[in-house]
Design a protein around this ligand. Structure first.
Ligand SMILES: O=C(O)CCC(=O)C(=O)O
Ligand SMILES: [Fe+2]
Length: 621
């Protein structure tokens, strides 16, 4: 660091100068010509710092919570140097990040004494002398970014810093007329040994990396960043700077982030016993919109399942589809065979009960699969997964069905896009960010769970426990009356929570690709359907993921945005994202989708994908 004369002729006191920020500040002031009294309760550290520049630095032991110690330090300054120009109230302490109900009274008192009472005592002792001296002065109080953005688990520490920032402004106003300036410096977490105290995590390179992910300038605070800011505020260059908070955080406060609170309360407060209903009409007024975004954020990060109401999908589009369902499944065997899924290289069409297995058990449901109507443009040379796109098979005996379903797909495509903008906003992302992951093809399943035989309770599995694997997001219409139960979501303590049908809503849930892209901050929640003694209809719409999406892109695109939040979730769940896409040996989303499809519909695989069939079905990676 350069030697200079920016503080030539000035006398400074720096508390907590035996280590970290205080040591850097004292050194820097000394380099710029100031005579500095370095104080600390830790004699060894303070003496070491003073010894680095003995002509300008003098150590004095001080307990900043004791009035007598303040008078002693000031007496020393005046007797040795005849004046004081600068005071840096840097000494501070914290307790370890933990649930606030566990903070002891002793810890509370200590943190307020060292961080706040010290400034009270300093002011009481120094102001009369400053005023008498008649040449003004500069007081710099070290605050924290937590003063304006308190972190969970550090509530009382942050409150002390809030007090410091607030008191500094009041003092600035009160003593400004004497040309005594008061300012705060608010550092981001630095690597000075308090990392684990502040974050509650071990100080490892990985944990630092996660924290840094949310800092636009990509690093922790260096002690010299703070020393240089203090140097400026102490010098005459800052003679018109008074009552401000100088945030030294690499832009972190500017980059909105959500700290996921379950770092403190794993599996408790943030677990769910029911699935929330989110009212999309709140979007329309600037007064209610923040409530919507807050509720959505909670549902995204803590539940992964929600209902939406006031979704603006026209009622007749939904009811037309609902009324068509019994007719569709009443088609006779020959008509169903005409549109059988095994005819389609795009995996579109009818499949009977028992043809799909989930979690090793045959699902008790029959279904028609449709998708955004697209031509079959695949040819040799294009990636094989492009062949998943293609035309639907429409039952020839019921032509109105095509109109009803196409209309429904069109509306749900729009709803999905509207919803995605809100999701992005709730996650502090640009509203368009999530669109780059979408496919032009969305898929729709029309599902019929036949009634179970009351005399047997074997095979009650409508569809087994799973995370939705094919879509970015799923929008589910539960098309049977609310009395017909079946859908359940798994909460974090392993309980199955009913997700009953609610009139005029869709159930919305996260798909695996979204979990990957958000680094597990938004989990794809496991769910299942139990078959009951009444038949049940449902229509999941799977918003499509772009086939060419690579692992690198999926994980890398929003890494810095989500890294910090991932840390919080991992603390509770202790797991990285479990995704077949990430685990498997196929690099693109499209290829891992194709593999999944071929494995669950082997007849189609044998017929249309003979070249890769054996690889895919025998690959259990
Ligand atoms: O039928 C339902 O309610 C849900 C179906 C489902 O989870 C699925 O098909 O992925
Ligand atoms: Fe599902």
């Amino acid at each position: 660091m350069s030697q200079g004369s920016r503080l030539q002729g000035k006398v400074a006191i720096v508390t907590g100068g035996g280590a970290g920020f205080g040591a850097a500040i004292a050194r820097r002031f000394g380099e710029e010509g100031a005579k500095v009294i370095v104080t600390d309760i830790n004699v060894e550290g303070g003496e070491k710092v003073a010894a680095q520049n003995p002509s300008n630095l003098t150590f004095q032991r001080q307990d900043v919570t004791q009035e007598a110690d303040w008078n002693m330090v000031l007496d020393l300054a005046f007797s040795k140097f005849g004046r004081v120009d600068i005071l840096v109230n840097n000494a501070g302490t914290t307790y370890r990040n933990k649930p606030t109900s566990e903070v002891t009274e002793e810890e509370w008192e200590r943190v307020f004494k060292v961080n706040v009472k010290s400034i009270y005592l300093a002011t009481k002792a120094l102001m009369p002398r400053f005023i008498e001296q008649g040449q003004g002065g500069s007081v710099i109080n070290i605050s924290s970014t937590g003063a304006s953005r308190p972190r969970p688990g550090l509530v009382w520490y942050n409150a002390t810093k809030g007090a410091v920032t607030n008191a500094t402004k009041g003092l600035a106003a009160e003593y400004g007329p004497h040309n005594i300036r008061f300012n705060t410096v608010a550092p981001l977490l630095s690597g000075t040994g308090l990392f684990s105290m502040f974050t509650g995590m071990e100080d490892t390179p990985e944990n630092r990396e996660k924290f840094i992910g949310n800092v636009p300038l990509g690093r922790l605070c260096d002690v010299n960043d703070i020393a240089n800011m203090c140097l400026y505020l102490a010098s005459d260059e800052a003679r018109f700077i008074n009552g401000t908070e100088m945030v030294v955080d690499g832009g972190k406060l500017t980059a909105t982030d959500y700290i996921v609170h379950i770092i403190l309360y794993p599996n408790m407060t943030y677990d769910f016993k029911s699935v929330p209903v989110i009212d999309l009409s709140l979007e329309k007024s600037p007064i209610t919109r923040p409530k919507l975004l807050q509720e959505l954020h909670h549902a995204l990060t803590c539940i992964g399942f929600l209902y939406i109401k006031n979704h603006d999908v026209p009622q007749d589009v939904i009811s037309n589809l609902k009324y068509a369902l019994p007719t569709l499944f009443a088609l006779d065997a020959a008509e169903k065979e005409e549109v059988a899924l095994h005819n389609s290289p795009h995996f579109l069409g009818y499949s009977p009960v028992g043809s799909e297995t989930t979690a090793g058990v045959a699902d008790k449901r029959e279904q028609f699969e449709f998708a955004t109507e697209l031509p079959d443009l695949w040819h040799l040379g294009l990636p094989l997964y492009e062949r998943l796109k293609g035309p639907n098979q429409w039952p020839s005996t019921n032509p109105s069905l095509r109109i009803i379903i196409e209309e429904y797909i069109h509306e749900l495509t729009n709803l999905g896009e509207r919803f995605l903008r809100l999701v992005a906003e709730a996650l502090s992302l640009n509203p368009e960010t999530l669109f780059s992951f979408l496919s032009e093809q969305h898929r729709l399943k029309i599902v019929h769970y036949p009634a179970s035989d009351p005399s047997s309770d074997s095979n009650m599995q409508g569809v087994g426990p799973h995370k939705d694997s094919s879509g970015w997001w799923t929008f589910l219409l539960q098309a049977s009356p609310p009395t017909v139960k079946g859908l359940q979501a798994l909460n974090k303590t392993g309980e199955w929570i009913d997700v009953p049908a609610i009139e005029d809503t869709f159930v919305v849930n996260i798909g695996q690709a979204f979990e990957v892209v958000t680094h597990g901050v938004c989990k794809a929640t496991t769910h299942r359907v139990l078959s009951g003694f009444s038949e049940r209809y449902s229509v999941p719409f799977f918003q499509g993921v772009r086939g060419s999406l690579t692992k690198e892109e999926a994980v890398g695109t929003l890494r810095s945005h989500f890294a910090m939040q991932k840390m919080a979730l991992e603390a509770s769940e202790g797991a990285s994202v479990d995704s077949a896409f990430l685990r498997g040996r196929y690099d693109t989303w499209g290829e891992s989708q194709l593999r999944t499809k071929i494995r669950s519909h082997r007849d189609v695989g044998r017929m249309f994908y003979a070249d890769v069939f054996h690889d895919y079905v025998n690959d259990d990676s």
